[in-house]
Design a protein around this ligand. Sequence first.
Ligand code: 1GP
Length: 238
Amino acid sequence: MTQIYQEIVDAKKQNNKLLAILLDPEKLKIADIQALCLKINRTKATHILVGGSTFNGNYLDELLIEIKKHSKLPILLFPGDYKQISDEADGILLLSLLSGRNPDYLIEHQINAVPLLRKTKLEIIPTAYLLIESGSQTAVERVSLTKPMDRSDNEYVAQTAKAGEFMGNKLVYLEAGSGAKIAVSLEMIKVVSTAVQVPLIVGGGIRTKEAIEKTFQAGADMIVIGTAFETNNSFFDL
Ligand code: 1GP
């Protein structure tokens, strides 16, 4: 039941860095998935994340079945809301948007997800999700109606992440937002990764191999790449 999470923890212990490719179902066509998975299989990706801020859940089962046909990587749902739940994935990041103060994203969506989650065998991984200011408004900010955290206040972000860990979250995710102008700062990643013991995910606005390398060096255990791969499926070949 906790296989995916255990593998993430083991990777952290062994300092094996993890790379997740984020696929936004709204932008995926079933017909394109085979070719896309061939590209993914040639990269160093260790996980596939599926989700988006505004996706209504249509065809999610079919999309996941098709991805599974062509890739052996573990698939984790990264849901914008409770409609994005499918038993066809392997696990789900059950997000609590701890950077914000909107009760819908702290508890309401999670409650609404329970009847659906009960019907699945998904591995549920509670995740403290922190949106960090990144130069302009991102979809997470717009949809969740929450403000991102100050990108220079490393201590307060670390304190929030630690609260998330104390509350039982198994992962901390520092999110600059998809397509962010500026990624989370390396300094913040250092401070937060030192403060928490659970694995740290970092994503949003990471667009170069050099940035990936530096983000890992700063202390990220897993990096999420969405836009860079979406706009150039050969991104990792360069
Ligand atoms: C978004 O962190 C992810 O939730 C990935 O962001 O699309 O900017 O890579 P990008």
